[in-house]
Design a protein around this ligand. Sequence first.
Ligand SMILES: Nc1ncnc2c1ncn2[C@@H]1O[C@H](COP(=O)(O)OP(=O)(O)OP(=O)(O)O)[C@@H](O)[C@H]1O
Length: 244
Amino acid sequence: MSNVIEIEHMSKFYGAFQALDDINLTVSQGEVVVIIGPSGSGKSTLIRCINMLEQYQQGDIRVGDQRVETGDKLASIRCEVGMVFQNFNLYPHLSVLTNIALAPIRVRGMARRDANERAHLLLEKVGMGGHAQKYPSQLSGGQQQRVAIARTMAMEPRVILFDEPTSALDPEMVGEVLDVMQSLVRSGVTMVVVTHEMGFARKVADRVVFMENGRIIEQNNPHDFFTAPQEPRTHAFLQAVLHH
Ligand SMILES: Nc1ncnc2c1ncn2[C@@H]1O[C@H](COP(=O)(O)OP(=O)(O)OP(=O)(O)O)[C@@H](O)[C@H]1O
């Protein structure tokens, strides 16, 4: 199966502080990789390097057949890599429909009618069919996040990166967003998900990656990862999060 993301010996520094240390990770087409680890372990930094929200200093990141690097690559990498943030980041002054249709029109040059038609289909897919003309402030957090997912899908990226997509939500809305993500998985979307939702990792991931202090400590299929972690640090983390 072809690799969508290939990361080799990648390190990232914020000034003198090393946030990522010799990261090696591949994600193949259709794969769901869930990244877990303690606060400050570098999970967000890692996915922000993949879509060029942060620069890395050593090693390589490739998406499809392109090397991720600054300069003229930015636009084409951003088309290939979708991102869903913790705080939804919808445009507050645009309707739900326009939030979704805007980038396909502006960036891909799609005709407005086609982009709107696609936006309506995507809204149905995320269970938001009746809300096309509303504004983000009229929606709950869970609804806004489902619109944000539809907006990312509208660009038909090769892979979608999720940075703690349910962390800013009230508990009763977490399930509706995870359900939408699971439906994307069933339709074959490749994704990398940073989350504290262990149930999602267990049920939906093809592979779970555990990070600590800027390093990948261990990665495995969810069954083996959760039942028989190999590294003492993984074991200790799972004990703390699963039994508190
Ligand atoms: N812009 C920045 N400048 C300097 N240091 C930063 C910056 N962003 C993150 N860091 C540091 O890099 C480390 C990794 O942060 P990161 O946000 O990637 O961790 P995380 O695993 O995603 O944590 P959390 O689960 O709390 O979101 C932390 O020590 C953090 O303080």
